[in-house]
Design a protein around this ligand. Structure first.
Ligand SMILES: [Zn+2]
Length: 334
């Protein structure tokens, strides 16, 4: 079967304003087709630690190879005690994966605010490895404060609205607690899609890692996945399409199974388990003690892609010519 290569549309729709917190200045930049801050691989996850538990060692391999990695955390994880501490734990985990020296209070990171469509997100860049980046959007998770809605409700309802949290302010933090963002922002379904697509356009990833949009059925013996994981994955998938339409970049989407990997055999070799355990147990968990509940989950011994990649990506046509196939952003290219 011959499939004609899809002609990517090239339409740019977003305007990005970058607010640099230190100088309180705002630089407005209209994104052309090129990304403002190019980074080839992006992870979009619901919570701090979803990346460590379900996408590693792939993220480690990306960083260890010297490549750029940006991880976007959509919720603030308010279901576990402290927003800023979860961020700090993740910062420590990535510092370790990048083999950068540890400083007090995560001072090895440079933070600033980025503004997309009037909504601020927090960006932290590892000073000695500036192609290792973290973005925190701070939306409510499945345990929202009164008046807010969960991200699943945001996915299911076009009219639902939620409000972002403010690290340090929304918790009983110590006096040393400092957060970048000082304002709350509201999101509805389309607002989150638009902002995620704009964040993608800002970094221009060609690979986007996301969670499982259709977890295996619990009735077949798999444990149920977290509602935030599924909703975030659906937002990330839809935002990727919007990003692709705007930029012409059809990203390679890589889906990862989450909780239910504990129902299937261990599949990581020892060094990969060590990578996961060191980042999660020794760096992240001390700053988010409730994560101790996951120690015996088996997640650090496994990593599974949601969809089998297969090996039949090249074949020979009837006339003898070789033809190669690839799926990018849900479409077949050849
Ligand atoms: Zn999670």
């Amino acid at each position: 079967m011959h499939i004609t290569m899809r002609k990517a549309r090239r339409v740019c729709v977003w305007t990005i304003a970058v607010a640099v917190m230190a100088s309180s200045t705002t630089v407005a930049t209209t994104a052309a087709h090129a990304a403002v801050s190019p980074c080839e691989a992006m992870q979009v996850v619901a919570h701090e630690d979803d990346d460590l538990l379900f996408m590693n060692p792939d993220i480690y391999n990306q960083i260890n190879a010297g490549k750029c990695s940006v991880t976007v955390f959509v919720t603030d994880g308010r279901g576990e005690p402290t927003i800023r501490n979860r961020q700090r734990g993740i910062q420590d985990a990535y510092r370790l994966m990048a083999n950068v020296s540890d400083l007090n209070n995560q001072d090895e990171w440079t933070g600033r605010l980025l503004t997309f469509g009037g909504k601020q997100v927090e960006e932290y860049v590892l000073r000695d490895r500036p192609n290792v980046k973290l973005v925190f959007m701070n939306l409510a998770d499945n345990a929202p404060a009164s008046g807010d809605v969960s991200i699943r409700s945001l996915w299911e309802s076009g009219t639902a609205v939620t409000t972002t949290g403010i690290p340090c302010q929304d918790e009983s933090g110590s006096s040393s607690c400092q957060s970048l963002v000082q304002q709350r922002f509201t999101y509805n379904h389309d607002g989150l899609l638009q902002t995620l697509a704009a964040v993608m356009g800002y970094y221009g990833p060609t690979t986007i890692r996301l969670q499982d949009t259709v977890p295996a059925d619990p009735n077949r013996g798999y444990i149920e996945d977290h509602q935030d994981h599924v909703a975030t994955a659906k937002f990330a998938e839809a935002a990727t399409r919007r990003y692709g339409d705007a930029s012409g970049t059809r990203a390679n989407l890589v889906y990862y199974r989450d909780y239910n990997i504990q129902n299937v055999p261990e599949n990581l070799v020892s060094w990969a388990r060590d990578v996961k355990r060191n980042a999660f147990l020794n760096q992240y968990m001390p700053l988010n003690p409730p994560a101790q509940a996951y120690v015996n989950s088996g997640w650090t011994e496994r990593m599974y892609y949601r969809w089998a990649r297969g090996t039949s990506w090249v074949g020979r046509n009837a006339d003898g010519r070789i033809q190669v196939f690839a799926v990018r952003d849900g479409e077949v290219f050849t």
